[in-house]
Design a binder for this molecule. Structure first.
Ligand SMILES: Nc1ncnc2c1ncn2[C@@H]1O[C@H](COP(=O)(O)OP(=O)(O)OP(=O)(O)O)[C@@H](O)[C@H]1O
Ligand SMILES: [Mg+2]
Length: 301
């Protein structure tokens, strides 16, 4: 008796599915056991369908042996609630000017509303997420940023990754809001891109991924720049006309992370479903990849 065989179309489809999985194998091997910091921007998170796919992506990372750490922003949401309180939002080089009232709003919105929303979403997607801010467990110690002085805007002076490592070792996914306290316990508003880069450095992450409401870094001709080196990024920042607003702290943070040993920074369109999985597990890179510059000997530093 011969074994029943499937019709040819079904066989082809089944094999194609298997091929996709097999093609992901080298990427899974490459990323296994590594820390990947994923920063999700506020604008990206406004879209509910994307959010579900984001939970699926984080779940896949987790089950592929990656240790994901999520950091979130919330620019549009902080602005909206500030306006409800009659506070006007203003920015200098893409960083929010933060007076006492705005700091209260940022703390409520970031460490309260948005953190709870993201953790809830991930939990609903079977990802064991735990929300914390830079204040919890002394994760990120800040001081008031002096240059320029933007009020209660903090810069990170130290990362104590112990709390995050402990969570990750037990299989939890930390979700970090970008509020950090100084040595006296006073809270500061930290730009979320800066927080993500500092955590990536402190956790010796392999990759830092910025999920944005744009496809990546847009160049002078209006086209997507798919690959940049550190010097290219510095040149774009120095140019003064190509990069503005929230892209300034993002590129500055990317450069800092790459110089401190993070091997890749990716900027991708968080509005595109499964962009994270596409970036990590397929040969088709999406968005912009920033890499360390090669040294004269040809080696990455
Ligand atoms: N050259 C550029 N390429 C791409 N985006 C740019 C460029 N210059 C400025 N931008 C702006 O940077 C924005 C992204 O930074 P923004 O701070 O607004 O978002 P985010 O960091 O993802 O969110 P959040 O601040 O809430 O964490 C884009 O929406 C775009 O308007
Ligand atoms: Mg931003």
């Amino acid at each position: 008796m011969t074994a029943p065989s499937h019709p040819p179309q079904i066989r082809e489809r089944t094999i194609a599915k298997a091929r996709v999985l097999i093609e992901a194998l080298p990427f899974m091997r490459e990323h296994w056991g590594k820390v990947v910091v994923v920063k999700v921007g506020g604008a990206t998170m406004e879209r509910a369908p994307l959010s579900r796919s984001f939970a699926e992506d984080v779940s896949l990372l987790l089950h592929a042996g990656i240790h994901p750490v999520v950091v979130h922003g919330g620019g549009p949401q902080v602005t909206e609630v500030s306006e409800r309180f009659g506070l006007e939002a203003s920015f200098v080089n893409g960083v929010r000017v933060t007076d006492r009232e705005t700091l209260d709003v940022a703390t409520m919105v970031l460490a309260g509303q948005i953190s709870t929303r993201i953790v809830g979403l991930l939990i609903a997607g079977d990802v064991p997420a735990v929300g914390l801010s830079g204040v919890d467990g002394g994760l990120a110690v800040a001081r008031r940023q002096a240059e320029p002085d933007l009020g209660y805007v903090g810069e990170i002076v130290r990362v104590n990754a112990e709390v995050v490592r402990t969570l990750m070792a037990k299989g939890f996914v930390p979700v970090v809001a970008s509020i950090a306290a100084d040595a006296e316990g006073h809270p500061y508003n930290v730009n979320a891109d800066v927080m993500a880069a500092e955590l990536a450095i402190g956790l010796e992450a392999d990759k830092l991924v910025y999920a944005n409401d744009v496809p990546g870094v847009i160049g002078p001709a209006g086209d997507l720049l798919s690959e940049l080196g550190v010097q290219d990024a510095l040149d774009l920042l120095a140019n003064g006309t190509v990069v503005d607003g929230g892209m300034i702290p993002k590129l500055e943070s990317a450069v800092r992370a790459l110089k401190a040993g993070v091997s890749r920074v990716h900027l991708l369109d968080g509005r595109v479903e499964h962009s994270l999985v596409l970036e990590l597990f397929t040969p088709e890179g999406v968005g912009t990849m920033i890499t360390p510059d090669r040294t004269a000997s040809g080696d990455a530093p």
